[in-house]
Write a protein that binds this ligand. Structure first.
Ligand code: ATP
Ligand code: MG
Length: 618
C-alpha cells in the first residue's frame, strides 16, 4: 500500500477523520473575540477546533444526538401552549444584494426545516427595501440555490416591497397617534444625539412638532420635494432607553432611485427594522428566526408589533448564532469585491463559500445539510472549522461517488513481456460502499500511465510503491516488477520498464500473492486527456476578514488553484456531464466542471481524501 503522500487504495473509512468538537473553546491570542448575548460587549470569537475522532465516535455521536435545539424547544412549547392557533409559520428573508453562501444555508435549513418538521409553512421573502443595491440576477440565483438545497416555498414568494403601501399607511398611522415624527436634522447630528449605552440620548428639536406638520412633511418627502438625507421619519419611542435601538429609531428615509419592482412609485423607503417585523405580521409568520446581531433589535420589533397587532396573534423573533467558517469569510460585500476585482472567476468560483460555488466544487446538498445539522444552533458566536464541512462532503461522496482511475501527472510504464497489441478488459468495483453501483470494465494493455510520484529512483525505506527492482500491483490487473527506466537529456524520468506476472491477475488463482503497493493506472492507448483543477482554500488565514490592521486580500492563498493539463482518465469518463461526481482513486473526490466538453473534459477537485491542512497546521 502506498504510504507516502496519498490515501490508500483500499476504501476503508479513515479512522482519523476530523470533526469539530462542539463548543471547545480555543483561545487564540488576538483572535479572542466574543459576542455576549445581546450585550454591547466587544465580541470574542470562539474557534471551534477539530479533534480526532474515530468513525465509531462519529456514529456514536449521531445515535446519541443531543435533544432538540433551543429554538426547536421554543417551537414545541409554543405548540403545546396553543399559541397562534397552533400554527407554525417561518420565513427566509434574503436581501437580493448578492449570492447565497453557506451561512445562509444554516438559516435556510432552520427556517424550512422547522416548518417541514412541525407541519408548518415557510415563506420566501425578499427583503428588497433598498432599491440601490438590489438586482434581479440575485433573486434568480437565490431561488435556484434554495431549491438545490432541497426546499420549497410553494407559491409563497413574497417581497417586502409588496408591503410598501401598507407600511406607508402604518407610518402615517403612527404619526397620527403621536408615535412618529419627521426630523429635519442630517444623519450625523441625529447619530451624535443618540448617546451611549450608559448615557441617555438627546431629544431632537423636532421631536415634538405637531402631527399635521409631520404628516404634511412625510407626504412631501414621498413626493420627491426634499433631497436625500435632508429629512427622516423617526419612531417616537424613548431617548432614555438603555437599549440604543429604542432611542427614536429612523424608520423611513428618502431614496430617489428606481426600485426593481415598484419603479418610481416611492421616494421614501422603510428601514429594515420597520419592514421586517411588519412583513412577518402581514404574512402570519409565527417564528421569525434570525441571527444574533438582531437580538438588540428585538424590543423594537416587539414595540412595533404592539402598535400594529389587533388580536392575540403575534410573530416572535428568536435569534441564533451565525455560521462563520475558518479560512473564508461570509460578508456579501467582500465576496462581491472578490468577484468585481477578478480575484475569483465569479460568484460560482469553486473556491467561494457561496452555494453556487460549493455546487460547482462538487458539494452535494446532502453534505451541506449534514454539516449544518452537525454544527447546530446556539447563542454563542463562533468560527467553525472548515474541516468539518470537508468531512461532511467526504462522508457523503464516499457513499455515492463511483470510483474511477485518473492519473494527474502521468508517467508511462511499458510492460515489456506483455503480448504486443493485446488488450484485455479488467473488472473493477464501482463503489465498495454500495454494491448496487455494480462493476465496470476498463481496458488494460502493455502501456499504462501511473502517477509520476508513484515511482522513485532512489526510494526511502518506507516507500512501498514502484522503484527499481520492486513489485506493485496495478489495481484490478497484475503485479508488475520494475526492470528499468529511461531519462531524457535533462535527467527527468520519462519511461518505466516493467515485466508482469500473468499468474497474478486480480481474481485469478495466483492473485493471492501479496505486495505492499497497489497503484491506479490508465491504459495509454485508451486514456482520455483531461484538465484537472486542483482547488484549495481561498485564504491561508483562519479568519481573513477578522484581522483589524490587515486587509483580507493579503491572506489570499496563492496556491488556491492549480490547473493540470494532459491528465489521463479512464475511458469510462468520456460520457460525463457537468456536476457528475467521482472518487479518483487514491486522490480525492472530483466533479465535472461546467467548462467540460466531450473533447476537453474538465474536473474540479472537491476535496482530497484526507485532510492535508491538519498536518500543515500542527
Ligand atoms: P447583509 O450583510 O447584506 O445584511 P446578510 O448576510 O445578513 O447580509 P441577508 O440576505 O440579510 O444577508 O440574510 C438572509 C438571512 O440569512 C437572514 O435571516 C440572516 O440572518 C441569515 N444569515 C445571513 N448570514 C448568515 C450566517 N453567516 N449564518 C447564519 N445565518 C445567516
Ligand atoms: Mg441582512
Amino acid at each position: 500500500m502506498g504510504r507516502l503522500g496519498r490515501g490508500s487504495i483500499s476504501n476503508k473509512k479513515s479512522l482519523t477523520t476530523k470533526v469539530t468538537k462542539d463548543f471547545t473553546k480555543y483561545h487564540k491570542g488576538k483572535n479572542q473575540r466574543f459576542f455576549a448575548e445581546g450585550s454591547q460587549i466587544p465580541p470574542i470569537f470562539v474557534i471551534l477546533k477539530t479533534i480526532r475522532m474515530s468513525e465509531e465516535n462519529i456514529n456514536g455521536r449521531a445515535e446519541t444526538k443531543p435533544p432538540v435545539s433551543f429554538i426547536e424547544q421554543f417551537i414545541i412549547d409554543d405548540l403545546k401552549e396553543g399559541k397562534n392557533g397552533g400554527r407554525i409559520h417561518t420565513r427566509f428573508p434574503p436581501e437580493p444584494n448578492g449570492y447565497l453562501h453557506i451561512g445562509h444555508a444554516k438559516a435556510i435549513c432552520l427556517d424550512f426545516g422547522m416548518a417541514q418538521k412541525y407541519g408548518g409553512k415557510c415563506n420566501l421573502r425578499f427583503d428588497d427595501t433598498n432599491p440601490v443595491k438590489e438586482e434581479v440576477e440575485y433573486i434568480d440565483s437565490i431561488k435556484e440555490d434554495i431549491r438545490w438545497l432541497g426546499f420549497d416555498w410553494e407559491n409563497r414568494e413574497y417581497y417586502a416591497s409588496d408591503y410598501f403601501g401598507k407600511l406607508y399607511d402604518f407610518a402615517v398611522d403612527l404619526i397620527k397617534r403621536g408615535l412618529a415624527y419627521v426630523d429635519d436634522q442630517p444623519a450625523d447630528i441625529i447619530s451624535s444625539q443618540k448617546g451611549t449605552p450608559s448615557q441617555p440620548g438627546i431629544e431632537s428639536p423636532f421631536r415634538n412638532r405637531s402631527v399635521p406638520e409631520s404628516l404634511d412633511l412625510f407626504e412631501r418627502m414621498n413626493e420627491g420635494e426634499f433631497d436625500e438625507g435632508s429629512r427622516v421619519l423617526r419612531a417616537k419611542v424613548d431617548m432614555t432607553s438603555p437599549n440604543m435601538q429604542m432611542r427614536d429609531p429612523i424608520i423611513y428615509r428618502i431614496i430617489k432611485s428606481a426600485h426593481h419592482r415598484t419603479g418610481e412609485t416611492w421616494k421614501v423607503y422603510p428601514m429594515y427594522d420597520f419592514a421586517h417585523g411588519q412583513s412577518d405580521y402581514f404574512e402570519g409568520v409565527t417564528h421569525s428566526l434570525c441571527t444574533l446581531e438582531f437580538e438588540v433589535h428585538r424590543p423594537l420589533y416587539d414595540w412595533l408589533i404592539d402598535q400594529l397587532k389587533t388580536d392575540e396573534y403575534r410573530p416572535r423573533q428568536i435569534e441564533f448564532n451565525r455560521l462563520n467558517l475558518t479560512y473564508t469569510m461570509m460578508s456579501k460585500r467582500k465576496l462581491l469585491e472578490l468577484v468585481q476585482e477578478g480575484k475569483v472567476s465569479g460568484w460560482d468560483d469553486p473556491r467561494m463559500p457561496t452555494l453556487c460555488g460549493l455546487r460547482r466544487r462538487g458539494y452535494t446538498p446532502e453534505s451541506i445539510r449534514k454539516f449544518v445539522d452537525l454544527i447546530g444552533y446556539t447563542k454563542v458566536e463562533a468560527i467553525n472549522d472548515v474541516s468539518l464541512l470537508e468531512h461532511a462532503v467526504r462522508e457523503d461522496l464516499n457513499t455515492r461517488a463511483p470510483r474511477v482511475f485518473a492519473v494527474l501527472n502521468p508517467l508511462k510504464v511499458i510492460i515489456t513481456n506483455y503480448p504486443e497489441g493485446k488488450i484485455e478488459n479488467v473488472k473493477l468495483i464501482n463503489n465498495p460502499e454500495d454494491e448496487s453501483m455494480g462493476i465496470r470494465e476498463i481496458p488494460f494493455s502493455g502501456e499504462v500511465f501511473i502517477e509520476q510520484d508513484d515511482f522513485m529512483e532512489n526510494p526511502s525505506h518506507k516507500f512501498f510503491r514502484l522503484a527499481p527492482g520492486t513489485e506493485v500491483r496495478l489495481k484490478g490487473a497484475y503485479i508488475v516488477k520494475c526492470t528499468g527506466y529511461k531519462k531524457d537529456e535533462t535527467g527527468n524520468i520519462i519511461e518505466i520498464h516493467c515485466t508482469y506476472d500473468p499468474a497474478t491477475k486480480s481474481g485469478g488463482s495466483g492473485s493471492e500473492k501479496k505486495v505492499k503497493g497497489t497503484l491506479h493506472w490508465v491504459s495509454a492507448g485508451h486514456a482520455v486527456d483531461a484538465e484537472v483543477r486542483l482547488y484549495d482554500r481561498l485564504f491561508n488565514h483562519e479568519d481573513p476578514a477578522g484581522q483589524k490592521d490587515e486587509d483580507y486580500r493579503n491572506f489570499l492563498n496563492p496556491d488556491s488553484l492549480k490547473i493540470l493539463k494532459g491528465c489521463k482518465v479512464e475511458p469510462s469518463l468520456a460520457n460525463i456531464k457537468p456536476l457528475d461526481k467521482f472518487q479518483f482513486q487514491r486522490l480525492g473526490y472530483f466533479c465535472t466542471d461546467y467548462d467540460s466538453t466531450r473533447e476537453h473534459p474538465v474536473f474540479n477537485r472537491t476535496v482530497s481524501l484526507k485532510d492535508t491542512w491538519a498536518k500543515i497546521n500542527k
